[in-house]
Design a protein around this ligand. Structure first.
Ligand code: KIV
Length: 277
Protein backbone atom coordinates (compact mmCIF):
# COMPACT_ATOMS: atom_id res chain seq x y z
CA UNK A 1 0.00 0.00 0.00
CA UNK A 2 1.60 3.28 -1.09
CA UNK A 3 1.86 6.02 1.55
CA UNK A 4 1.37 8.59 -1.23
CA UNK A 5 -1.95 6.92 -2.10
CA UNK A 6 -3.08 7.07 1.53
CA UNK A 7 -2.12 10.75 1.75
CA UNK A 8 -3.85 11.54 -1.56
CA UNK A 9 -7.05 9.82 -0.41
CA UNK A 10 -7.11 12.04 2.68
CA UNK A 11 -6.48 15.17 0.62
CA UNK A 12 -9.23 14.23 -1.85
CA UNK A 13 -11.68 13.65 1.02
CA UNK A 14 -11.80 17.38 1.68
CA UNK A 15 -11.68 18.59 -1.93
CA UNK A 16 -14.77 20.68 -2.74
CA UNK A 17 -15.30 22.79 -5.85
CA UNK A 18 -16.94 25.38 -3.59
CA UNK A 19 -13.45 26.02 -2.18
CA UNK A 20 -12.13 26.71 -5.68
CA UNK A 21 -10.64 23.20 -6.07
CA UNK A 22 -10.45 21.37 -9.39
CA UNK A 23 -12.99 18.56 -9.84
CA UNK A 24 -11.84 15.08 -8.81
CA UNK A 25 -11.17 12.67 -11.69
CA UNK A 26 -12.10 9.08 -10.87
CA UNK A 27 -12.14 6.13 -13.30
CA UNK A 28 -12.93 2.51 -12.77
CA UNK A 29 -10.17 -0.06 -13.30
CA UNK A 30 -10.42 -3.82 -13.47
CA UNK A 31 -6.89 -5.12 -14.10
CA UNK A 32 -3.27 -4.13 -14.43
CA UNK A 33 -3.49 -2.55 -17.93
CA UNK A 34 -6.47 -0.33 -16.99
CA UNK A 35 -4.65 0.72 -13.78
CA UNK A 36 -1.69 1.77 -15.95
CA UNK A 37 -3.98 3.81 -18.24
CA UNK A 38 -5.55 5.53 -15.21
CA UNK A 39 -2.14 6.32 -13.74
CA UNK A 40 -0.49 7.49 -16.96
CA UNK A 41 -3.64 9.38 -17.99
CA UNK A 42 -3.61 11.46 -14.80
CA UNK A 43 -6.67 10.29 -12.86
CA UNK A 44 -6.80 11.34 -9.18
CA UNK A 45 -8.28 8.11 -7.80
CA UNK A 46 -9.46 4.73 -9.10
CA UNK A 47 -12.46 2.61 -8.28
CA UNK A 48 -12.33 -1.15 -8.69
CA UNK A 49 -15.99 -1.08 -9.55
CA UNK A 50 -18.29 -4.06 -9.49
CA UNK A 51 -19.25 -2.93 -13.01
CA UNK A 52 -16.34 -5.32 -13.80
CA UNK A 53 -18.98 -8.03 -13.35
CA UNK A 54 -20.60 -6.88 -16.60
CA UNK A 55 -17.78 -5.27 -18.60
CA UNK A 56 -15.20 -7.93 -17.85
CA UNK A 57 -16.64 -11.10 -16.30
CA UNK A 58 -19.66 -11.52 -18.58
CA UNK A 59 -22.34 -11.44 -15.87
CA UNK A 60 -25.76 -9.94 -16.55
CA UNK A 61 -25.70 -7.71 -13.49
CA UNK A 62 -23.31 -6.65 -10.75
CA UNK A 63 -25.30 -8.78 -8.28
CA UNK A 64 -23.68 -11.95 -9.61
CA UNK A 65 -20.09 -11.05 -8.81
CA UNK A 66 -18.53 -12.72 -5.77
CA UNK A 67 -16.39 -11.18 -3.05
CA UNK A 68 -13.56 -13.58 -4.04
CA UNK A 69 -13.66 -12.29 -7.63
CA UNK A 70 -13.48 -8.70 -6.36
CA UNK A 71 -10.52 -9.59 -4.13
CA UNK A 72 -8.60 -11.05 -7.11
CA UNK A 73 -9.19 -7.93 -9.21
CA UNK A 74 -8.21 -5.57 -6.36
CA UNK A 75 -4.99 -7.59 -5.96
CA UNK A 76 -4.13 -7.24 -9.66
CA UNK A 77 -4.79 -3.49 -9.57
CA UNK A 78 -2.80 -3.02 -6.35
CA UNK A 79 0.23 -4.90 -7.73
CA UNK A 80 0.46 -2.36 -10.58
CA UNK A 81 3.01 0.39 -9.99
CA UNK A 82 1.01 3.51 -9.11
CA UNK A 83 0.53 6.07 -6.34
CA UNK A 84 -3.21 6.42 -6.97
CA UNK A 85 -5.61 5.71 -4.13
CA UNK A 86 -7.64 2.55 -4.75
CA UNK A 87 -11.29 2.25 -3.74
CA UNK A 88 -12.76 -1.26 -3.87
CA UNK A 89 -16.46 -1.82 -4.39
CA UNK A 90 -18.00 -4.17 -1.85
CA UNK A 91 -20.03 -6.60 -3.94
CA UNK A 92 -23.69 -7.28 -3.29
CA UNK A 93 -24.11 -9.78 -0.45
CA UNK A 94 -20.73 -8.99 1.11
CA UNK A 95 -22.17 -6.31 3.44
CA UNK A 96 -25.85 -7.20 3.64
CA UNK A 97 -25.83 -10.18 6.02
CA UNK A 98 -24.37 -8.49 9.11
CA UNK A 99 -22.08 -5.62 10.05
CA UNK A 100 -19.51 -8.16 11.35
CA UNK A 101 -19.41 -9.88 7.96
CA UNK A 102 -19.17 -6.48 6.25
CA UNK A 103 -16.14 -5.50 8.35
CA UNK A 104 -14.48 -8.89 7.76
CA UNK A 105 -14.99 -8.64 3.98
CA UNK A 106 -13.82 -5.01 3.91
CA UNK A 107 -10.66 -6.01 5.81
CA UNK A 108 -9.97 -8.61 3.10
CA UNK A 109 -10.24 -5.92 0.41
CA UNK A 110 -7.84 -3.69 2.37
CA UNK A 111 -5.46 -6.68 2.70
CA UNK A 112 -5.73 -7.14 -1.07
CA UNK A 113 -4.51 -3.55 -1.54
CA UNK A 114 -7.50 -1.18 -1.35
CA UNK A 115 -7.29 2.13 0.54
CA UNK A 116 -11.07 2.46 0.99
CA UNK A 117 -14.27 0.60 0.19
CA UNK A 118 -17.51 1.69 -1.47
CA UNK A 119 -20.99 0.54 -0.48
CA UNK A 120 -24.31 1.24 -2.16
CA UNK A 121 -27.30 2.62 -0.28
CA UNK A 122 -28.38 5.49 1.94
CA UNK A 123 -30.35 5.55 5.18
CA UNK A 124 -30.57 1.73 5.24
CA UNK A 125 -26.76 1.52 5.14
CA UNK A 126 -25.99 3.85 8.08
CA UNK A 127 -25.22 1.04 10.57
CA UNK A 128 -22.87 -0.71 8.14
CA UNK A 129 -20.99 2.50 7.31
CA UNK A 130 -20.60 3.24 11.02
CA UNK A 131 -19.28 -0.29 11.64
CA UNK A 132 -16.74 0.02 8.81
CA UNK A 133 -15.62 3.48 9.93
CA UNK A 134 -15.21 2.25 13.54
CA UNK A 135 -12.92 -0.43 12.14
CA UNK A 136 -10.81 2.43 10.66
CA UNK A 137 -11.86 1.63 7.10
CA UNK A 138 -12.56 4.70 4.94
CA UNK A 139 -15.92 4.40 3.17
CA UNK A 140 -17.30 5.92 -0.01
CA UNK A 141 -21.07 5.80 -0.15
CA UNK A 142 -23.17 5.50 -3.35
CA UNK A 143 -26.72 6.85 -3.69
CA UNK A 144 -29.17 7.66 -6.48
CA UNK A 145 -29.17 4.77 -8.94
CA UNK A 146 -27.66 1.82 -7.11
CA UNK A 147 -27.12 -0.98 -9.64
CA UNK A 148 -27.00 -3.63 -6.89
CA UNK A 149 -30.74 -2.90 -6.40
CA UNK A 150 -31.64 -3.91 -9.97
CA UNK A 151 -33.90 -6.80 -8.85
CA UNK A 152 -35.87 -4.35 -6.72
CA UNK A 153 -35.80 -1.43 -9.21
CA UNK A 154 -36.48 -3.42 -12.38
CA UNK A 155 -34.47 -1.07 -14.63
CA UNK A 156 -31.44 1.21 -14.63
CA UNK A 157 -33.36 4.49 -14.75
CA UNK A 158 -32.84 8.06 -13.57
CA UNK A 159 -33.60 8.42 -9.84
CA UNK A 160 -35.01 11.35 -7.86
CA UNK A 161 -36.98 12.93 -10.69
CA UNK A 162 -39.98 14.06 -8.64
CA UNK A 163 -39.90 16.13 -5.46
CA UNK A 164 -40.47 13.35 -2.92
CA UNK A 165 -37.95 10.98 -4.54
CA UNK A 166 -35.41 13.79 -4.83
CA UNK A 167 -35.97 14.54 -1.15
CA UNK A 168 -35.29 10.87 -0.35
CA UNK A 169 -31.98 10.90 -2.27
CA UNK A 170 -30.98 14.10 -0.43
CA UNK A 171 -31.84 12.45 2.90
CA UNK A 172 -29.77 9.39 1.89
CA UNK A 173 -26.82 11.68 1.12
CA UNK A 174 -27.11 13.46 4.49
CA UNK A 175 -27.40 10.13 6.32
CA UNK A 176 -24.26 8.57 4.82
CA UNK A 177 -22.23 11.73 5.50
CA UNK A 178 -23.41 11.73 9.11
CA UNK A 179 -22.52 8.02 9.37
CA UNK A 180 -18.91 8.87 8.51
CA UNK A 181 -18.54 8.37 4.74
CA UNK A 182 -15.46 10.12 3.33
CA UNK A 183 -16.92 10.74 -0.14
CA UNK A 184 -20.17 10.13 -1.98
CA UNK A 185 -20.89 8.77 -5.45
CA UNK A 186 -24.21 9.98 -6.87
CA UNK A 187 -25.41 8.07 -9.91
CA UNK A 188 -28.03 8.94 -12.51
CA UNK A 189 -29.95 11.81 -10.95
CA UNK A 190 -31.07 15.18 -12.36
CA UNK A 191 -28.40 17.87 -12.18
CA UNK A 192 -30.45 20.17 -9.92
CA UNK A 193 -30.52 17.40 -7.32
CA UNK A 194 -26.80 16.55 -7.50
CA UNK A 195 -26.07 20.29 -7.28
CA UNK A 196 -28.18 20.64 -4.12
CA UNK A 197 -26.42 17.60 -2.58
CA UNK A 198 -22.98 18.94 -3.53
CA UNK A 199 -23.73 22.38 -2.09
CA UNK A 200 -25.06 20.97 1.17
CA UNK A 201 -22.53 18.23 1.91
CA UNK A 202 -19.04 18.81 3.32
CA UNK A 203 -17.68 15.61 1.75
CA UNK A 204 -16.87 15.52 -1.98
CA UNK A 205 -19.69 14.38 -4.25
CA UNK A 206 -18.57 12.45 -7.33
CA UNK A 207 -21.15 12.19 -10.08
CA UNK A 208 -21.87 9.67 -12.79
CA UNK A 209 -24.79 10.68 -14.96
CA UNK A 210 -25.38 13.49 -12.47
CA UNK A 211 -24.43 16.58 -14.45
CA UNK A 212 -21.51 18.93 -13.95
CA UNK A 213 -22.28 20.71 -10.64
CA UNK A 214 -20.52 18.13 -8.49
CA UNK A 215 -17.04 17.84 -6.94
CA UNK A 216 -15.83 15.19 -9.39
CA UNK A 217 -16.76 12.79 -12.16
CA UNK A 218 -16.38 9.04 -12.54
CA UNK A 219 -16.74 6.95 -15.67
CA UNK A 220 -16.37 3.23 -16.25
CA UNK A 221 -13.02 2.74 -18.05
CA UNK A 222 -14.45 0.35 -20.66
CA UNK A 223 -17.14 2.90 -21.55
CA UNK A 224 -14.75 5.79 -22.05
CA UNK A 225 -12.37 3.58 -24.04
CA UNK A 226 -15.18 2.26 -26.23
CA UNK A 227 -14.81 -1.40 -25.33
CA UNK A 228 -17.97 -3.42 -25.01
CA UNK A 229 -21.17 -4.38 -26.68
CA UNK A 230 -24.44 -2.48 -26.59
CA UNK A 231 -25.31 1.17 -26.41
CA UNK A 232 -23.91 2.88 -23.32
CA UNK A 233 -26.15 5.24 -21.28
CA UNK A 234 -26.45 8.84 -22.51
CA UNK A 235 -24.08 10.19 -19.84
CA UNK A 236 -21.14 8.21 -21.24
CA UNK A 237 -18.65 10.00 -23.46
CA UNK A 238 -16.72 7.52 -25.59
CA UNK A 239 -13.22 9.03 -25.96
CA UNK A 240 -11.85 6.25 -28.16
CA UNK A 241 -13.07 3.22 -30.03
CA UNK A 242 -10.57 0.72 -28.65
CA UNK A 243 -12.83 -2.20 -29.58
CA UNK A 244 -12.53 -1.34 -33.26
CA UNK A 245 -8.74 -0.74 -33.00
CA UNK A 246 -8.27 -4.11 -31.26
CA UNK A 247 -10.56 -5.91 -33.71
CA UNK A 248 -8.58 -4.48 -36.65
CA UNK A 249 -5.30 -5.63 -35.10
CA UNK A 250 -6.59 -9.22 -34.72
CA UNK A 251 -7.98 -9.18 -38.29
CA UNK A 252 -4.56 -8.03 -39.62
CA UNK A 253 -2.81 -10.83 -37.67
CA UNK A 254 -5.27 -13.40 -39.01
CA UNK A 255 -4.76 -12.21 -42.60
CA UNK A 256 -0.95 -12.22 -42.22
CA UNK A 257 -0.96 -15.80 -40.86
CA UNK A 258 -3.28 -17.05 -43.62
CA UNK A 259 -1.28 -15.32 -46.36
CA UNK A 260 2.07 -16.57 -45.06
CA UNK A 261 3.22 -13.05 -44.09
CA UNK A 262 3.72 -13.84 -40.41
CA UNK A 263 6.26 -14.39 -38.99
CA UNK A 264 8.89 -12.57 -41.04
CA UNK A 265 12.55 -13.55 -40.92
CA UNK A 266 13.17 -10.72 -38.36
CA UNK A 267 10.48 -12.21 -36.10
CA UNK A 268 12.09 -15.68 -36.24
CA UNK A 269 15.01 -17.22 -34.27
CA UNK A 270 17.69 -18.64 -36.60
CA UNK A 271 20.59 -21.05 -36.09
CA UNK A 272 24.02 -20.29 -37.49
CA UNK A 273 24.32 -21.78 -41.00
CA UNK A 274 27.14 -24.14 -39.97
CA UNK A 275 24.94 -25.72 -37.24
CA UNK A 276 22.14 -26.39 -39.69
CA UNK A 277 24.30 -27.94 -42.45
O1 KIV B 1 -19.09 -0.28 -10.33
C1 KIV B 1 -18.96 0.84 -10.82
O2 KIV B 1 -18.37 1.01 -11.89
C2 KIV B 1 -19.51 1.98 -10.09
C3 KIV B 1 -19.51 3.30 -10.79
C4 KIV B 1 -20.68 3.35 -11.68
C5 KIV B 1 -19.47 4.44 -9.84
O3 KIV B 1 -19.99 1.83 -9.01
Amino acid sequence: MSSTAIKSFHQLSSRKISNGAQPIVMVTVCDSPTMRYATQGGADIVLVGDSAAMVMLGYESTMQMSHKEMEVIVGAVARTESDLPIVADMVWGSYHVSDEKAVKNAIELIHAGANAVKVEGGIERVGTIQALVSAQIPVIAHVGLTPQSILELGSYSVQGKDFSRAQRVLEDARAVQNAGASMLVVECVPDALSRAITEELDIPVIGIGAGRHVDGQVLVMNDLLGIGAGTPPKFVRKYENVESIATKAVACFAADVREGNFPSSEETYHMADDVVS
